[in-house]
Design a protein around this ligand. Structure first.
Ligand code: ADP
Ligand code: MG
Length: 218
């Protein structure tokens, strides 16, 4: 079953010459790991932001349960986002006044399952020493891991990962990718956008994006 259907979606930024994403269609099914590979500036982040409910397309629809997510009002769309998608940003964001553990607890409150074991997530991501620190006191790689913890604390059906291994050493990059893969094996879906070919062997479906055009890779 499709979790999210991207239907003929385009994005034309104001003052830009060309569309950042041009007529993209993609069905994101339960249990799939989708990779979208492309060089920098080809529209990867724009596509993910539209799928995440954060950027309205200029054309086309993003369907969830048959309904265009952008037909919802702001409050409903925010609620949908919190329960349905985990967006791993290129620029990591936290509530800066809260510790790493508190950020994860807050995330869990916004999500689907009040019983998610935060201490287990902290352990799995090797953040025991960082859990009581403020996000601003973490290294780039620790922030990335903490952000994944926040996303997983919500148990979203869909994780949208925008170059999630940036700032990570090889050990953690591999580990994070294996967590994402295992997450899809529980019936969730992951869309990974990346310029890094190392991870695409994990994908169950591969696409290429070039100047906003998405096409399947055979
Ligand atoms: P990628 O993630 O693949 O590097 P982006 O989706 O960030 O690509 O960008 C695709 C194109 O859209 C680029 O040409 C970029 O300069 C342009 N772009 C991105 N964000 C904006 C914006 N907010 N306003 C105008 N142009 C933008
Ligand atoms: Mg990008």
């Amino acid at each position: 079953m499709a979790i999210l259907t991207i239907e003929n979606v385009s994005k034309q930024y104001e003052n830009a010459e060309n569309k950042a994403v041009d007529k993209c269609s993609l069905s994101i099914e339960e249990g799939t790991f989708i990779s979208v590979e492309g060089m920098s500036g080809t529209g990867k982040s724009t596509l993910l932001m539209m799928a995440a409910g954060l950027l309205e397309p200029t054309e086309g629809k993003i369907l969830y349960g048959g309904k265009d997510i952008y037909s919802m009002n702001d409050a409903d769309l925010s609620k949908w986002r919190a329960c349905t998608v985990g967006y791993l940003y290129q620029n990591v964001q936290f509530v800066q006044a809260l510790t790493v553990r508190e950020n994860m607890v807050l995330s869990r409150m916004l999500g689907n399952n009040p019983y998610v074991n935060i201490e287990l997530l902290i352990k799995m991501l090797d953040l025991e020493k960082e859990a009581d620190k403020l996000p601003s006191h973490l290294s780039g790689g620790q922030k990335r891991r903490a952000m994944l913890g926040c996303v997983m604390a919500r148990e979203p059906k869909l994780i949208l990962a925008d170059e999630p291994t940036n700032d990570l050493d090889a050990f953690w990059a591999e580990k994070i990718m294996s967590y994402l893969k295992a997450y899809t094996e529980k019936g969730n879906a992951v869309v990974l956008v990346t310029h890094d070919k190392r991870w695409t062997s994990l994908a169950t479906e591969r696409y290429e994006i070039n100047e906003g055009h998405v096409k399947p890779l055979l």
